[in-house]
Design a protein around this ligand. Structure first.
Ligand SMILES: *Cc1c(COP(=O)(O)O)cnc(C)c1O
Length: 377
């Protein structure tokens, strides 16, 4: 089936006792057993819950994966992957990885004798050079946040294969509508479902998708044993949101394109970072591995931090808030907000400065978004 059909139908089962077309919310922690250990496949909701199971089936289908697992947050999903590792493992991480992922690696997991190396993955030679026999994971996020670098997933799959490491791709920014990393050689795909998949800025969630049976079993064990599962209510909401992911992404893409083109032509804008622009340094790779470019646009204002604050205050449609991927447009100042926990020297190296602004273009009318930016500029 094609993606929009998959969005609507994956994991949808008619409820047998009533014929309800929608998956009920099974608000239960436990299940009555006939005899000890004789039950209908459910014994405790940390292990399995029917509402969550239906949602996980849909998640897997979206990424063309055999298995999907959902978590209480995107970072809980990140944590589950790291919990596959033994002490001493080396992990190669893209240098402008999501701020929270970097913080989890640097401040929590580094003390368990895990060796995180932050590498510029737009340069495959640099990744090859950093790979050693101890390398167990290659951690890719593409497009990256907030600099919108595009990483060649196939090239990273090759490096990972040569090294015997697993390739993990955080696919949050592209969504499964625009990019399916498993088909490009990734072993595990990760989402913060808080963003495009949830899509309505009303929940926190994460997901992992994989086709390898051994990885599924190991990660399912982590999910069960460590326990970062979403509630049946959140699983229901995320499954409901998945149904409209396809149509939402088309409008995010349309708005992202129009906003990036408008900004690129404006004299108060120094540079625009959006993989859909021909001027983007990795546009060719983006055009090859993505089917659309989402609604995330970063740019440098030609001005001081005070000018940036004035601009932010003038915006009427874009709300100043962290997060992204919701139906409403948001604006964020990475240096002071989402990326404040990134070490200062790393911020400098990446180009996250006082004039950098990140937009999450929602699904409003394109003209209203462009007009809002225009009046504020
Ligand atoms: C938000 C985000 C995360 C973390 O997800 P939470 O749901 O906030 O825990 C991870 N990766 C990316 C790319 C994100 O944008």
């Amino acid at each position: 089936m094609k993606p929009f059909t998959t969005c609507v139908h994956a994991g949808a089962h008619v409820e047998p006792t009533t014929g309800a077309i929608m998956q009920p919310i099974f608000a239960t922690s436990t299940y009555v057993q006939e005899e000890p250990a004789k039950h209908k496949g459910f014994d405790y909701s940390r292990a399995d819950n029917p509402t969550r199971q239906a949602y996980e089936e849909a998640l897997a289908a979206m990424e063309g994966a055999r298995h999907g697992l959902s978590f209480a947050s995107g970072l809980a999903a990140v944590q589950a992957v790291v919990q596959l590792l033994e002490p001493g493992a080396r992990i190669l991480v893209c240098d402008d990885v999501y701020g929270g992922t970097g913080r989890l690696f640097r401040r929590l997991f580094a003390k368990y004798n895990l060796d995180f190396q932050f590498v510029d993955m737009a340069d495959p030679a640099a990744v090859k050079a950093a790979a050693t026999p101890a390398t167990k994971l290659v951690w890719v996020e593409t497009p990256t946040n907030p600099m919108m670098k595009v990483i060649d997933i196939r090239a990273m799959a090759q490096v990972a294969k040569q090294t015997g490491a697993l390739l993990v791709v955080d696919n949050t920014f592209a969504s499964p509508i625009f990019q399916t990393p498993l088909a490009l050689g990734a072993d595990i795909v990760l989402h913060s479902t808080t963003k495009y998949i949830g899509g309505h800025s009303d929940l926190i969630g994460g997901a992992l998708m994989m086709s390898r049976q051994d990885l599924f079993e190991q990660l399912k064990f982590v999910q069960f044993a460590a326990g970062s599962v979403p509630s049946p209510f959140d699983a229901y909401l995320m499954h409901r949101s998945l149904k409209t992911l396809g149509v939402r992404m088309m409008q995010h893409h349309k708005n992202g394109m129009a906003v990036a083109e408008f900004l690129a032509s404006h004299k108060r804008v120094k540079r625009v970072m959006f993989p859909g622009l021909k001027s983007h340094p990795q546009h060719a790779i983006a055009a090859e591995q993505m089917r659309g470019f989402s609604g995330m646009v970063s740019f440098d204002l030609d001005g001081t931090y005070d000018d940036v604050v004035k601009f932010l205050k003038k915006l009427k449609v874009f709300a100043l808030a962290e997060s992204l991927g919701g139906v409403e447009s948001l604006v964020n100042h990475p240096e002071k907000m989402t990326h404040a926990s990134v070490p200062e020297e790393m911020r400098k190296k990446l180009g996250i400065g006082p004039a950098l602004i990140r937009l999450s273009c929602g699904i409003e009318d394109t003209d209203d978004l462009v007009a809002d930016l225009k009046q504020a500029l």
